[in-house]
Design a binder for this molecule. Structure first.
Ligand code: GDP
Ligand code: FE
Ligand code: FE
Ligand code: FE
Length: 187
């Protein structure tokens, strides 16, 4: 699918602000893909569709998680986590994208997971550092991403976990598993 068609499809699913974020993720993901020798067409499509389900209603997402037998522990955690796996499912079903590498990058873009592929990491980091993001510490991650994708992933995960701790939010197990896995790889 070409970029313009993909953008036209996703634009209908998003608010203006979220669409601008998506363009930022797309441009950043392509840059990272070129830098770290990842398939740029897959990075482009995964980025365009990564937040496809961001504005689906909570009950629709809950039902989808149950019907499609997604990990049931998702339902015990914040619904912010749901748009990633539900998005992967809907992008396949409604948009017709069947490339499993693209779908997996969408599926794990919020929590991460163990053994992330290079494409998974590109999308995870691009989502975190795209130019419209303004998290505390994002500049350090942007800098790291110029030389090491793995270090950028670990820093982004660490910042996310710290942020959740300060908000007294429970942390989804995959978020910890992903962090531990990447931490041991960069040591
Ligand atoms: P976005 O969709 O572009 O805003 O970004 P993400 O999909 O990466 O993250 C969406 C939200 O999920 C962010 O507010 C994260 O802080 C939050 N999030 C990520 N991991 C976890 C987790 O383990 N638990 C909880 N409760 N929230 C998380
Ligand atoms: Fe997201
Ligand atoms: Fe993210
Ligand atoms: Fe996003």
């Amino acid at each position: 699918m070409d970029r313009d068609k993909a953008l036209r499809i996703v634009k209908k699913q998003l608010t203006e602000k979220r669409y601008v974020h998506t363009i930022g993720v797309m441009e950043t993901a392509i840059e990272l893909a070129d830098r770290f020798h990842v398939d740029r067409d897959k990075a482009e499509l995964a980025a365009i569709f990564h937040d496809y389900a961001k504005f689906r209603n909570k009950e629709e997402m809950r039902q989808c998680i149950i019907d499609q037998k997604m990990p049931h522990d998702l339902l015990l955690h914040h619904e912010e986590l749901w748009h990633a796996p539900v998005g992967a499912y809907l992008v396949k079903k409604e948009v017709g994208i069947s490339d499993e590498e693209i779908l997996e990058a969408i599926r794990c873009h919020t929590s991460g997971k163990i053994n992330m592929s290079q494409l998974d990491k590109v999308i995870y980091v691009a989502d975190y550092i795209e130019p419209n993001r303004d998290f505390p510490g994002v500049e350090v991650v942007r800098d790291s991403a110029k030389t090491s994708l793995d270090i950028a992933v670990v820093q982004a995960m660490k910042n996310t976990i710290l942020f959740l701790l300060t908000r007294n939010q429970p942390i989804y197990p995959n978020t910890f598993h992903a962090y531990n896995d990447m931490m041991m790889k960069v040591k």
